[in-house]
Design a protein around this ligand. Sequence first.
Ligand code: GUN
Length: 296
Amino acid sequence: MPAHLIDGKAIATRLIEHITAAVSDLRAAHDLQPGLAVVLVGDDPASQVYVRNKARQTAAAGMRSFEHVLPASTTQAQLLAVVRQLNRDPGVHGILVQLPLPSHLAEDEVIEAIDPAKDVDGFHPINVGRLSIGAPALVPCTPYGCSLLLRSVQPDPAGQHAVIVGRSNIVGKPMAQLLLALNCTVTIAHSRTRDLPALARSADILVAAVGRPEMVRGDWIKPGACVIDVGINRVPAAEPGKTRLVGDVAFAEAAEVAGAITPVPGGVGPMTIACLLRNTVIAACRVRGIGLPVDF
Ligand code: GUN
């Protein structure tokens, strides 16, 4: 039986509606308009598209959006000065520095310069540590979005074996913490893992976050498993000169075996920005000592 399709687009739309209503309430009841600042260094076309999209959706949800587009020649000191100025700005509740940065800039130092209370990416070591000990933290958006998609089909995945393919700081490692917090038994697989297909076949929940087009094949999947595909890879299409997006999972094969699966596009992608807006509202409420809206 073909898998249930987890509709990330619809789930993200509902979440954004919820966030938009919460923002409207915060403005009316507390005169608080959450603000998100996005910093882009250089002219990478994909990053430009992401940043424009973030700014548009932030404003559409009723929040303030601040865009700082800096030239590729920006120095480390100049970038740190922008981050510190945003740290001091009371109208800015969330700061996101778009990654990757040009190679002459030190990403770690920039991330650590962001006020942890405004770190809506959840990349600052304080938030990474807080997540790992189960303390209130700003949680990285993509893995949090994945956990919402999983819970849309399995409200309580306790006891299930979750295998995460990929050990990045942005997705793999925080995903492991979130699944652990949901009482899953978690394995992180990576490029040095032995017999990855066999390990993947032992997964009740399989999260693919490696950035390799269609690497996870249908015969890697345990019948009935929940498959979350984080990959967004642009590959040549059948038609000459055209391209198409595929995930890290060979979708058609996997959908024959899995119980539930996220598509690409329309799965994890739309959730990331919704979770970014959510984190900005959380950061704004925390700084003003306002309790979070119910169900947030
Ligand atoms: N580049 C790709 N994904 C992300 C993300 O989640 N946050 C930031 N800051 N940059 C990214």
